[in-house]
Each structure stands twice: as C-alpha cells, then as structure tokens.
Design a protein around this ligand. Structure first.
Ligand code: ADP
Ligand code: MG
Length: 365
C-alpha cells in the first residue's frame, strides 16, 4: 500500500482546461471515490495518477516518490476499466496469470496467486472458460482478479460497474466491499453514480468542471454539502431548492418564499444575520418534507397540489406543486391514499434547512 498525493494538478488540452488545481491527500489504505457528472475530469485525473496521461502542471506522488515522469508500468498500480479489457482468446486462468507470466513469476507461485484471487471472487468454476462465455459481471470479476494477483500498491477503478445492470451493480458493490477487507489496498474509484460514491468511499471527492467541489466522508458530504451543486448531485430524489427572502418578522427571522414562510431555527439565524438579510436559496431534502400537517409546534405547513407520485414499494415519492415550484417529498407511506391534482398539506422539518448564497451558491454557514 502507499499514500497518494496530488498537488496543484492541472490538465490542459491546448487552451482547454479539463482538470484545475486539484489537491488531494489520500492516506495509505484509504478508499477514495471521485464522483461527478460526465465530462467533469474524473477519468483524466485517474489516468494522470496511472501515468496514462501526462500532467500539464503540478505534482503527483505515490508513496514518497514523485511519479510525474514515471511510466505506468513503474508506478505499481493496477487499473480496472468499464470495458473489462480481457484477452478474448485466453481462458480465465490465463487472463489472470498473464501479467505474472510476463514478469517471469514461477508457475507454482502464479497458481497460488490465481487460486487466492479466484477464491475471493468465486471464479473457481469458470477458470477454463473464455471471456465470451462469461456474463458481464463474471468478466468484471476476472478484471478485478487480474489486479488482485499483482498485489499493487494502488487500485484504480474507472466506472467498473457502469456496464452492469442495476441488480448486478448492487451485488458487485457488496463484493467490492468484501474485496477491500480481504485485500486492503489504497484505492481510487471513479464513478458518476452517487450511490456507489456513498456506499464505497471512506471519503468522497465531488468534482465539477475539472475542479474539486468538496472532499469528505459520505455523511459529511450529504449532511453538510459545501455548495448547491454538491447538494443537488448527492441524494435521490434531489434536494429541493427555493428562492427565499430572509426577513425579520416580530422577534423571528423567517425564510419567505411564494410558497410559504418558515421560521429559521436560532442557530442558523445567527449565521444568516452575519451577512445581513436579503435573498438566499433554501435547500430542503425530500425526506425532510412530510405529507401531512406539521406535528411539532415549530414546524410549518404548506399546501401543495399533487402532481406526480412514484410508488417504490417501501416508500412513495410525491411531487406537489406549490406556487411555481414542484416540491418532492420522499418516505411517504406506500399505502397512503392520494390522488393526482388533489390538494394536500405538507410540512417541513425546520431543523434540516440548508441555505446557499444566491451569487456564489456556496453554503451559508
Ligand atoms: P469524466 O471521466 O469525468 O467523464 P474525462 O476526464 O473523461 O471526464 O474528460 C474531461 C474533459 O476532458 C471532457 O470535457 C473531455 O471531453 C475532455 N477530454 C478528454 N480527453 C481529451 C482529449 N484527448 N482531448 C481533448 N479533450 C479531452
Ligand atoms: Mg470517465
């Protein structure tokens, strides 16, 4: 294992800047997930760490070594791609053994390593098959196995589960967690899928337009998003955003939208006070909006017209229009009787409000 450090790393293609000032410190043994929308620079960042892409500016260190000019084969990394990149004419066993044979490892040692990997991944019964005789999930397991047998300092993953169907993806997520326990290795995992980011990462790095937006544990990112982009990208259904005026009313500070007016809890009031009153963006996660009137005395109720419902079995997601805004509420009891275009009361948990600056979209803290 080794730690990985990126210092002021930039990547430009001509005048196009695709990775900007990336600073990241990944301690030995950590599993870090880079997540963000397509085109935000995740793969480029990973490929620069792998040495498959040159860097325009900055420093990349693996262990104590600066690897800027080191070819990929000397970086002691193993990489898994979305397309499994297996040798189609070779059996599973030979695919797994290939890298070790190239390095002239004795066959007996190869056999031991391959057995170790196939046991972890449940590939034993498939060793004599060719990749074309395997399902997508099995092929991806072979690709993982090829990394395991090499005992690299670092695992790099680029969207390894994106070609699999939803059920298999969920299963492979669990296998990746198990793999972590059996083969602890510093890992950098790229995905556009926020569920993979939340479930796999010790820490999550959210990227947008080539820049890091926030680095934190999954819960830090979810509970304290640094800005509106992070808040909207992480979480499904996505956070609701409303444009509000912050006004003084009686002894209280309230966030007033066309849809409703809500008293801001004291702790947050002080923060908003610091920047004077005015406009802000209020963010509320769907799970903090409940169907039915407020139960607590400090809660608030608004009326919405039911516009969409999504029945998920364990919960229902309800979209209600209030003034101009479609507001999504989740965790509605699945057997709730509810009709489209009906008006219904909704309530907001006042202790779960997020506020963002109108101009910078940074969280107001
Ligand atoms: P992601 O993996 O987050 O989807 P990438 O790192 O693959 O994004 O790409 C980031 C940006 O860099 C994209 O806008 C992409 O079009 C651009 N890009 C990638 N490779 C090249 C290249 N060889 N030449 C020019 N632009 C590129
Ligand atoms: Mg990519």
């Amino acid at each position: 294992m080794a730690d990985v450090v990126l210092k002021d790393v930039n990547k430009r293609y001509g005048s196009l800047s695709v990775v900007r000032d990336v600073n990241l410190d990944i301690p030995d043994g950590e599993f870090v997930v880079l997540v963000g929308p397509s085109g935000c620079g995740k793969s480029t960042t990973l490929r620069m760490i792998a040495g498959l892409e040159s860097i325009s500016d900055g420093i990349i260190q693996i262990g104590a070594r600066v690897v800027n000019d080191l070819p990929p084969k000397d970086r002691d990394i193993a990489m898994v791609f979305q397309n499994y990149a297996l040798y189609q004419h070779m059996t599973v066993y030979d695919n797994l053994a290939f890298g070790l044979r190239n390095r002239k490892v004795p066959e007996a040692d190869i056999k031991r390593e391959v057995t170790f990997a196939t046991e972890i991944l449940g590939l034993d019964p498939l060793l004599s098959r060719k990749p074309s005789q395997l399902s997508g999930g099995q092929q991806q397991r072979v690709a993982l196995g090829r990394c395991i047998v090499r005992h690299p300092q670092i695992f790099l993953f680029d969207e390894p589960l994106s070609n699999l169907d939803a059920k298999l993806r969920a299963q492979m997520r669990i296998e990746l967690k198990r793999l972590r326990e059996r083969v602890p290795t510093t890992s950098i995992y790229v995905t556009h899928d926020q569920v993979e980011a939340m479930t796999l990462g010790d820490r999550v790095v959210v990227m947008k337009d080539g820049s890091i937006q926030q680095v934190g544990t999954p819960l830090e990112i979810y509970n304290r998003p640094a800005n509106r982009f992070v808040a909207s990208f992480m979480g499904a259904p996505a956070m609701n955003f409303l444009s509000v005026d912050i006004v003084q009313e009686g002894g209280n500070v309230r966030a007033v939208a066309k849809e409703f007016s809500i008293r801001i809890p004291d702790a947050q009031q002080r923060l908003l006070d610091k920047r004077g009153h005015g406009r802000a963006i209020l963010g509320i996660r769907p799970e903090h909006i409940h169907l039915g009137p407020a139960r607590a005395t400090d809660g608030m109720t608004f009326e919405g017209e039911i516009e969409v419902t999504e029945q998920l079995g364990a919960e229902m997601i309800v979209g209600a229009r209030s003034a101009d805004t479609l507001i999504m509420a989740s965790r509605v009891a699945p057997d709730t009787r509810i009709a489209l275009r009906e008006k219904a009361p909704f309530s907001i948990d006042p202790n779960a409000l997020h506020f963002f600056d109108v101009e910078t979209e940074a969280a107001i803290r």
